[in-house]
Design a protein. Structure first.
Length: 201
């Protein structure tokens, strides 16, 4: 039974892929994309070190409670934790959920070494983020070099990622706000964040 070092997860979201989804962000990345939007997820320090079985239990609870349809895996770089990633995708598939993975590696470099993982994946968004090729025409896709590869036919006629939609989820729990999605919609023309939450009694 493998463990995973993750940064965070959300039990339900509608903006990390088609339908209601569970999303999990892996901790640690060695690719080094300039201007990466998830700087806090690059280091390999232990954040939330969990057995895969516990994470799968959370996914199962979300399916029962929120009727999620899929799992989205982001990072960090998920393929740098292949043993845990394989267990996670295999057990999630057994729950009848679809799977989307964002990776900075190219599909061609993953398919031979990690074919067992990819056999359980419906969509792979691949390639490093290149800030000079910023993509403002596709949803959740960072740069124009990145590809939406439909490995299975589950999303064959779905153009979710091809739409020019920028949006965020905001989850508030015990006065702590967590924002996920395309955070650039919260920036002004100079790229400075203009979003604030004020708590009033």
């Amino acid at each position: 039974m493998a463990n995973l070092n993750i940064n965070n997860f959300v039990s339900q979201t509608v903006i990390e892929g088609p339908g209601k989804r569970f999303a999990v962000w892996f901790q640690g990345c060695s690719i080094g994309c300039r201007n990466c939007s998830n700087q806090e997820m690059l280091s390999f320090e232990k954040k939330m070190f969990l057995p895969v079985s516990l994470l799968v239990e959370k996914i199962k609870e979300s399916k029962e409670k929120f009727n999620i349809q899929g799992l989205t895996i982001l990072g960090g770089e998920p393929f740098l934790q292949p043993d845990g990633l394989l267990e996670l995708v295999e057990q999630t598939k057994q729950l009848g959920l679809n799977i989307i993975i964002f990776s900075g590696f190219l599909y061609e470099n993953l398919e031979k070494q990690f074919f067992e993982i990819l056999a359980n994946v419906d969509i792979l968004i691949d390639g490093p983020f290149i800030s000079s090729k910023l993509d403002k025409k596709r949803r959740l896709i960072g740069s124009t070099n990145q590809r939406v590869i439909k490995i299975s036919d589950h999303f064959e006629n779905d153009d979710y990622f091809e739409k020019s939609v920028w949006e965020v989820d905001i989850h508030i729990n015990n006065s702590i706000a967590t924002i996920n999605g395309d955070g650039s919609i919260l920036d002004n023309d100079e790229g400075l964040n203009i979003f604030n939450i004020e708590k009033k009694n």
